[in-house]
Design a binder for this molecule. Sequence first.
Ligand code: PLP
Length: 394
Amino acid sequence: MVNERMKKLGSERSAIRELFEYGNARAAEIGRENVYDFSLGNPNAPAPACVREEIERLLRDTKPEVLHGYTSAQGAADVRQAVADYIRKTFGVPMRPDLVYMTCGAAASLTVALNALCEAGDEFVVVAPYFPEYKVFVEGAGGKVVTARSDERFHLDLNALDEAIGERTKAVLINSPNNPTGAVYGERELAALAALLRRKSAERGAPVLLLSDEPYRELSYGAEVPYLMNLYENTVVCYSFSKSLSLAGERIGYIAVSPQAERAEELYAAVCGAGRSLGFVCAPALFQRVAAKCLGKTSDVEVYARNRAVLYDALTRAGFECVKPEGAFYLFVKSPEPDAVRFCERAKKYELLLVPSDSFGVKGYARVSYCVSSEMIGRALPAFEKLAKEYFGR
Ligand code: PLP
């Protein structure tokens, strides 16, 4: 009666959601303050003041029928103009509003972009470990995921990418700053990736596109985050305001097609067509306008910087191994036993909720999300110490 694949997707929760629900049940039993939930990437720094100010101003000064009415399918013209102006001024790319498509966050940006590109038999290369929904989005568009492992510090491994990109590769999907590892790819490795993609495109006789998933662009702790369109012409940026402005529940983001992309206008037409066919037209009108006025602003990322320092120091002092994250708000800790699922089960004994890495496409790690209150981190540290004692005896 129903589509079996959709039924399966809807019936089995993601490992992250499963853990989050477990945390809620546990909180009801023993009290919220006794559960240390590091499972979700739900930003806890408040949205910057401009968000509230702009909402209030819009409610006061705009006719409701205009404010809450449909915008163009691809987003209000003045909003797309503002996004294009911002990209041009900030990154020096000659972006135009007719290459910008407003979306309901990065999930929609990716889904629309993948559907715009994918034809039967197409492959999409992702760098492991990767955001688990990539598999859902790529397969939902009818494509196949091919993985390329990152190197031991979770940066790009050009040899692995060279092997993974083949005749059927339509695009490579990257995410920097990265969930779940916190890696921020530098200019040199990205330039090397661009050179590889140019070579592969020439071999294929058609461009291999670069999809850049950028919900964490502004969350970097010192490392520069290069703008991909300046390094590779056939780039599509999938942006979201969920993390930068702490607006995850409002569902707002955009797709920007590089003006230097081969047949950029056709690519954009396919984006509009995919948005139409998926019903992702006219992103939330109020938040299109709010986002347009808050471009370049962020919530207080210092909160995450402090959390990162405290957790990284405490965990490594306790004996855990972890590459210091350069961005986003996740620590990717090496599991002290080969089976990360068992490690995370053991952590639950101390009410620590950590996500095993298996659903990120690699084994042997656990993700610790630190977009949580600093106070909860303080309370959780003795629990991490007890967990460490089980493995390292100190
Ligand atoms: N891509 C990555 C790497 C993410 O971590 C997330 C959310 O956590 C998304 C995409 C989806 O973001 P959004 O909430 O804007 O749809």
